[in-house]
Design a protein around this ligand. Structure first.
Ligand SMILES: NC(=O)c1ccc[n+]([C@@H]2O[C@H](COP(=O)([O-])OP(=O)(O)OC[C@H]3O[C@@H](n4cnc5c(N)ncnc54)[C@H](OP(=O)(O)O)[C@@H]3O)[C@@H](O)[C@H]2O)c1
Length: 306
């Protein structure tokens, strides 16, 4: 029998993307080692040395970087922390896999690297132009990795994640709708809602295709935050009116792109498969994971990028 392939998953206990990635890999027969912040805090002294030792001991086939600074508004006041987690850490991981070519690095990036000035889906060839500190740190992280020109590194931009575990935009909206008869939701930002399980399955396809470089992976279609909330509330059969408002009526610390839909054609070319439409994925997520009248743990978290 062939030996199980091994993956080391950073953020694998609590991260929205990382937990789904670890679950999907496990289901596909991989041996998974999850690392949380208590096992390896990147802010701690010699975190990189500790990780190098783990890589030497475990010799994983895949290193998943699900650790990141994801608080978009807080990043405006903490640019150094965002830069460290989102640029310096992936750059160090890139150097680590450069000397370990049998280990693939899977790193996630974000639609927030774009300015939002386009009105058709962003491709991997479009120039970046982030509007906020978080987006700048994510763009710097992907640049640091891609400039190494590694054949064992995947940089996957994704967006507007919902999924089990940590609270996210969808759980926040459902929670608000259980407590209120109407809520206001921004209707002038359009993006690509994406189920973490779909992201994880697509990333596994990229790994299996031995792909490297930059890819976009999001569920198909597009929505405004208001449309996403409306569909979630309909599927959860809650009685709540969703009122569309402009971002000007709902000011946030960090500016957001008004349009950040991602084009997945490079992913589709390499894997021969297409992500499913987001409303189908949302239905799956809501039916499987959110109990009527209940909520997921930590549903209070303000969603990243919402
Ligand atoms: N969520 C989205 O909508 C979205 C959209 C586009 C792109 N992305 C990208 O997808 C990736 C994953 O995002 P996510 O939403 O899954 O993130 P998340 O749920 O906020 O998880 C981030 C993970 O990083 C860990 N972490 C934070 N600081 C750390 C440190 N100093 N040392 C070690 N671990 C640390 C966190 O641990 P704790 O739980 O202990 O804090 C957590 O496990 C990121 O690269 C993000 O930029 C996300």
């Amino acid at each position: 029998m062939a030996a199980k392939r091994k993956a080391l998953v950073l953020g694998g206990f609590t991260g929205l993307a990382a937990t789904a990635q670890a679950d999907v890999l496990e289901e596909a027969g991989w041996a998974i080692r999850r690392l949380g912040r208590s096992d390896l805090d990147f802010q701690a002294a010699n975190a990189f040395g500790k990780l190098e030792k783990l890589l030497d001991a475990l010799e994983p086939d895949l290193l998943v970087n699900g650790a990141a600074y994801t608080q978009v508004d807080a990043a405006e006041d903490n640019p150094d922390a965002a830069d460290f987690l989102n640029r310096a850490v992936p750059a160090a991981l890139g150097r680590m896999v450069k000397s370990r070519p049998s280990c693939i690095l899977l790193h996630y990036s974000s639609d927030f690297v774009f300015s939002g000035k386009k009105r058709s889906p962003y491709t991997t060839d479009d120039p970046t132009g982030p509007l906020n500190v978080y987006g700048k740190s994510k763009a710097a992280g992907e640049e640091a990795l891609l400039s190494l020109g590694l054949a064992n590194c995947l940089v996957v931009r994704t967006a507007w994640l919902f999924g089990p575990g940590r609270g996210n935009f969808v759980t926040t909206m459902l929670d608000l709708c259980r407590k209120n008869s109407s809520i206001n939701v921004v209707h002038d930002q359009t993006g690509s809602p994406t189920y973490t399980e779909d992201l994880a399955r697509c990333c596994l396809k990229l790994v299996e295709a031995e792909a490297h470089g930059l890819f976009h992976v999001v569920d198909a279609g597009e929505a405004t935050w208001c449309e996403l909330a409306d569909e979630a509330v309909r599927l959860a059969r809650l009685e709540c009116i969703i009122r569309p408002v402009t971002s000007a009526e709902f000011p946030r610390r960090a500016a957001r792109p008004t349009y950040s839909v991602l084009d997945c054609s490079s992913f589709e070319r390499v894997t021969g498969s297409k992500p499913r439409p987001w409303p189908q994925a949302l239905r799956d997520y809501i039916y499987k994971n959110t109990a009527p009248g209940g909520d997921e743990p930590d549903g209070k978290r303000d969603a990243d990028e919402a």
